[in-house]
Structure formats: structure tokens, C-alpha cells
Design a protein around this ligand. Structure first.
Ligand code: FES
Length: 115
């Protein structure tokens, strides 16, 4: 009997150092509450993912997520297990500095999510 467990293409045996979630939640346009998708979060997540890959970072996974309950502070991003929260603007410099953090550099303090 085949005991393989479907994991949506994720190799669960890989050793991840960091797991990054970027909110790509799209709220119904009729709702007044903000959402990250309206701030280009999917494009930002894709840029981070591509930059991490092209930088040769193999032990960090970047995924989209649902609402992280930080809608007004988005684009919301959290880096686990560090518990670092970012507000990511649509800005190449922000993506670059956050990818530097993911590569093992210092936290990109300029983009830390405020209180
Ligand atoms: S919509 Fe992104 S944190 Fe809620």
C-alpha cells in the first residue's frame, strides 16, 4: 500500500531555518476594511521569493498567507520562528533589505511593523 502523504508539493523533510508568511488576503471590495492584496502583496511576496531564490537561500520558505490580523499595517509579513513582523512597502529597497535579513543578516528595522 502506498503510504505517501500529500503535502501540496512541500518536502516536509527539508530543514527550514526560517518560514516567511506574506498576507495576500483579498477582501470583498464592498468592505471598508483594508486588505494586503490591495497593496500589491502578491507581487511583493513573489519578489521576495524570487530574490531569495536568486540569492541562493535554500533554507528559507516564503509563502503567501491569509489575513494575519494586521490589515491596517500591511502588507503584513511575519518571519518564523523569530516572530519578526514587517510592514512591507512596494519598494525594491525594502524587498532587498528583507531578503538580506532572510539570508542571515540583520533585521530590516526600517520595515518592522509598528505597535
Ligand atoms: S488583510 Fe493582510 S493582515 Fe489582514
Amino acid at each position: 500500500m502506498d503510504m505517501t502523504i500529500a503535502t501540496s508539493g512541500i518536502d516536509m523533510s527539508e530543514n527550514l531555518r526560517l518560514h516567511v508568511f506574506v498576507c495576500t488576503n483579498q477582501r470583498d471590495p464592498s468592505k471598508t476594511k483594508e486588505c494586503c492584496a490591495d497593496k500589491n502583496s502578491l507581487e511583493i511576496m513573489t519578489q521576495i521569493k524570487r530574490a531569495a531564490r536568486s540569492s541562493g537561500i535554500k533554507d528559507v520558505r516564503v509563502n503567501k498567507s491569509g489575513c494575519l490580523n494586521q490589515c491596517e499595517k500591511g502588507v503584513a509579513c511575519v518571519v518564523y520562528p523569530q516572530g519578526v513582523w514587517y510592514t512591507i512597502p512596494k519598494d525594491e529597497r525594502a524587498v532587498s533589505e528583507i531578503v538580506e535579513h532572510l539570508a542571515g543578516g540583520i533585521i530590516a528595522e526600517k520595515y518592522l511593523m509598528g505597535e
